[in-house]
Design a binder for this molecule. Structure first.
Ligand code: HEC
Ligand code: HEC
Length: 387
């Protein structure tokens, strides 16, 4: 996007740039708040997307317009923005907290980084986009705690005082597991681990997709037993989206399991994120939606190394929390065919019939019946809750 930088100092311009890095490479705010659309209107961060809520929380919410449009966009002051990002306060719905917006993770970003995000949002093109009203039940916002308590141990946040420009100290503080003990690791590795934890736990939302379920929705405690062990199921909300993605169902990969966890080399990890294709597969397949490769591919090599180092050093999950996480299942219909040897189960809208056995499991939630993969019942616990 063209940015409006008129009148900004060099330091302010640099801050806008780092804000862009956080928004577009690390956090992928556009995944929910709107990607650029062709034909005139850009739609970039202009909001409008609908998110259905579980019945206990209400009916639906809509991603807000984050562009600087004076009437329909982000009109919050810097202080209000900070408060919202750190506490989930929903100014539009008094007495409510933001429910889909992952503020419970972004609240751990350092204040300078949150202000960089704000500076970037103020510099992007304004767009008029009046977002529909949310339908949700009241739920109080949560004051920013003085220490980190979402994980197994409480940790000091190193606020103010100690400069922490890369979030390394913050990353250490917000790592949800009691271990690992890194005292024997070289300082360079400790540094990468801290930065990696910051990217994974404060900005990258890895936990919100790679832990199933990710956390207690009210108290916000992370499900540490299954931390990053994958198994969450994703189904495109409409047949049109499924058709455009050619995807019926995907499942997040087990990244932390002792035996089934992610074991690719650093080179393959970088290759996969940079190309958006799993380079370790015999025939590299596109990494399935909604894994945000389109954003993460823009991470610097050093940040990729930090994330990789973190994933390698995080203590392994075992037993029932170390599942095999299968490949995505392709969408099909009377007019959209399946890759051979699979055929289309038109009623289920998915490709079936691949050969299967203990060594080669079926795609996400499919059932291996007489050595052939079949569609699961829509009510199966795998489809409704994941692994
Ligand atoms: C998973 C989807 C999702 C992601 C990712 C996401 N948001 Fe949101 N955001 C929402 C939704 C939905 C709402 C409003 C309703 C709610 O959550 O209850 C919202 C609300 C907000 C608000 C409140 C605006 C207001 O006017 O009160 C701000 C600010 C915001 N988002 C900023 C961001 C930024 C900055 C990022 C990236 C760092 C981001 N969001 C990433 C879904 C998301
Ligand atoms: C919005 C949900 C979502 C988020 C956020 C997310 N992932 Fe994923 N991720 C997935 C899904 C789904 C898959 C499985 C894709 C497939 O099977 O093709 C996946 C796959 C992966 C893979 C395996 C890629 C391959 O095919 O070899 C890695 C590595 C990974 N994710 C790392 C991360 C990291 C690190 C983060 C945070 C920086 C992250 N993911 C954030 C959903 C997500």
């Amino acid at each position: 996007m063209p940015l409006s930088l008129l009148g900004l100092t060099d330091a302010q311009i640099e801050r806008v740039g780092y804000g862009s890095y956080l928004v577009n490479a690390v956090a992928d705010c556009a995944a929910c708040h709107g990607r650029p659309k062709p034909a005139g209107a850009t739609g970039f961060l202009a909001g409008g997307e609908r998110f259905a809520l579980p019945a206990a929380l209400g009916a639906e919410v809509y991603a807000r317009n984050l562009t600087p449009d004076g009437a329909t966009g982000l009109t919050l002051t810097e202080d209000q923005f900070l408060l919202i990002m750190q506490t989930g306060l929903d100014k539009k719905n008094p007495g409510s907290r933001l429910l889909v917006m992952p503020w419970f993770e972004y609240r751990w970003l350092t204040v300078p980084d949150l202000l960089a995000v704000y500076a970037y949002l103020k510099a992007i093109p304004a767009e008029t986009s009046d977002v529909l009203a949310d339908v949700k039940n009241p739920l109080a916002s949560v004051p920013l705690p003085g220490a980190y308590g979402d994980g197994d141990v409480a940790r000091v946040l190193f606020d103010g005082g100690v400069p922490d420009p890369d979030g390394v100290l913050r990353g250490y503080a917000i790592q949800p597991l009691a271990q690992p003990d890194l005292s024997a690791q070289p300082p360079a590795v400790q540094r990468l681990f801290g930065r990696g934890s910051y990217l994974v736990n404060a900005g990258g939302r890895c936990n919100e997709c790679h832990t199933n379920p990710p956390r207690d929705p009210v108290m916000l405690k992370i499900n540490t037993a299954a931390y990053l062990a994958g198994g969450m199921v994703f189904t495109p909300a409409t047949p049109a989206l499924a058709e455009s993605l050619r995807l019926k169902r995907s499942m997040s990969r087990n990244l932390s399991g002792a035996t089934q966890g992610y074991a690719a080399s650093f080179i393959d990890f970088v290759g996969t994120l940079a190309t958006g294709r799993d380079v370790t597969a015999a025939e590299p397949e596109e990494v399935g939606w909604p894994m945000p490769v389109w954003a993460l591919r823009h991470l610097t090599l050093l940040d990729l190394e930090a994330v990789y180092t973190y994933l390698r050093l995080v203590p392994r999950r075992t037993g029932g929390h170390d599942p095999v996480t299968p490949e995505p299942v392709a969408y099909c219909s009377a007019t959209v065919a399946c890759p051979a040897p699979q055929t289309c189960d038109v009623a289920a809208g998915e490709c079936v019939g691949a050969p299967c056995d203990a060594q080669s499991p079926c795609g996400a939630c499919q059932v291996c019946t007489a050595s052939v993969c079949t569609a699961p019942a829509a009510s199966s616990t795998c489809v409704t809750q994941g692994l």
